[in-house]
Write a protein that binds this ligand. Structure first.
Ligand code: MTE
Ligand code: CO
Length: 423
């Protein structure tokens, strides 16, 4: 229990007089009895003695000052320079499933560029009947879809392969965001250009200096890939690819090309840097896994966790977290408080949807003792998230990417939490 919450806990005397004063019986477990009399109730507060800000004070709103800790963060030793770098979503402090753009992780290979709608062009060329160039306004005239999908960098959790390293869900699992995208199916644009019979792949690239070129099999390109221009109802933020990015549902974030400028239909994969020397996993015997596009089922407890310790004593505790799968929807999440010996099904806040984050809760009666807290996701293909040991058995320890193993938080009696590994 923190010093802060100890101060707030009611004394026995306060409890009795409080109960008598309002004529109620025993307080529900987990509620904090107010002091009697409580000046926060009995006094006219400062904020009620004058008027607040007018509606013209904030043309575009930012979070209130009390939430200033809910921000992206990077890890110093991972940040050689901020141009080719990453920062992480504060998943430990969010709830629900939608990630606000303002704190959704960013990953750039050559910095975030500023590209206006007026200067925007998208070219479709290669093995097509008619090479085409679309302006932003052209794209707006195609039939649009709205879909919620997660985007997870293949390197998410990558630092944890060899052992527990980073102390916080933001750092171990925060290379993920989940937004509602509005955009045009890539299929419609490809149909407009007419894909030649020899077309098997598309090569997609961005307008930034890195271009981040990637090959995508035509089958996927014609399936659920979106050319998106809005996220969570508003224009994409600069850092997420304004004005247009590719959304490649369930597949590694690197393929979600930002500032999308060109889609070339090809007969073969291009084998670019980003799909050979990078975003490929080297196994124990030195062989590499090729084409590891789909992000397997994964979950993490977001609270309690190292950056979100338990701030109260024993009794009701909401254990919560996120689960997702690039192969379909989440069908269940189990939670263990003893390092994976016993599992309890968690409650899904809403039924899992295709390739999107699912929020889970376990409404738990904490007895105040230590816990080894874990979550384990199951998806609609029947796949069950593996333990770290199971994953290492197959993949060794040389990998950087595609670590979807079960995470453990050691919750101490004082409510603090630490990233640990259990065998
Ligand atoms: N697209 C371009 N053009 N340039 C980039 O550097 N980074 C990729 C991908 N698309 C990148 C890009 C990587 S590695 C990831 S994980 C996602 O964008 C991250 O998207 P975000 O910055 O919106 O979170
Ligand atoms: Co990435």
């Amino acid at each position: 229990m923190s010093a802060n919450s100890r101060a707030k806990a009611p004394s026995r005397r306060q409890f009795l007089s409080g109960a008598a004063a309002v004529g109620v019986g025993v307080a529900a477990a987990g509620t904090t009895r107010a002091a009697d009399p409580d000046p926060l109730i009995t006094n006219v507060q400062e904020w009620a003695q004058a008027t607040g800000e007018g509606v013209d004070a904030t043309p575009y709103g930012l979070p209130i000052q009390f939430e200033k800790d809910v921000v992206r963060r990077n890890v110093e030793w991972l940040t050689a320079d901020t141009i080719s770098s990453i920062n992480f979503t504060p998943i430990h402090a969010l709830d629900g499933t939608i990630t606000p753009q303002g704190c959704a992780f960013e990953r750039h290979h050559s910095g975030a560029i500023e590209l206006s709608k007026a200067d925007y062009r998208l070219m479709i060329n290669g093995l097509v009947d008619t090479p085409l160039v679309f302006t932003y306004e052209d794209l707006e005239r195609f039939p649009r879809e709205n879909r919620v999908y997660f985007c997870e960098c293949a390197a998410n959790t990558g630092m944890e392969w060899a052992g527990a390293q980073l102390n916080g869900a933001q750092f171990t699992h925060g290379m993920i965001h989940n937004m509602e995208y509005s955009g045009v199916p890539l299929r419609l644009l490809l149909e407009e250009a007419g894909v030649k019979r020899e077309g098997r792949w598309v090569y997609v690239e961005g307008a930034d200096a890195s271009s981040n070129g990637r090959s995508i099999p035509l089958e996927k390109a014609l399936d659920d890939v979106l050319v998106a221009f809005k996220a969570n109802g508003e224009a994409l933020r600069k850092e997420h690819g304004y004005p247009v990015r590719l959304v490649v549902p369930g597949w590694e974030g690197n393929m979600w090309v930002k500032w999308l400028r060109r889609v070339e239909v090809t007969g073969m994969a291009i084998e670019s840097r980003e799909e050979t020397s990078k975003y490929t996993d080297t196994l124990e015997d030195g062989m590499s896994r090729k084409w590891t596009w789909v992000m397997d089922a994964k979950s993490v407890v977001t609270a309690p966790s190292p950056q979100a310790p338990i701030a109260h004593g024993p009794g009701p505790l909401v254990i919560t977290g996120l689960a997702w799968s690039g192969r379909g929807s989440i069908t269940g999440v189990d939670v263990s408080v003893d390092g994976g010996k016993n599992w309890t099904p968690a409650r899904l806040a809403a039924p899992g949807t295709d390739k999107a984050l699912t929020r889970f809760y376990l409404d738990y009666n904490w007895d105040g003792s230590e816990m080894l807290l874990q979550a384990r996701a199951k998806d609609s293909t029947g796949y069950v998230q593996p333990s770290k040991a199971q994953l290492r058995e197959v993949r060794g320890e040389n990998s950087i990417y595609h670590n979807n193993c079960i995470q453990t938080w050691w919750i101490k009696e004082n409510g603090e939490a630490e990233n640990v590994e259990v065998s």
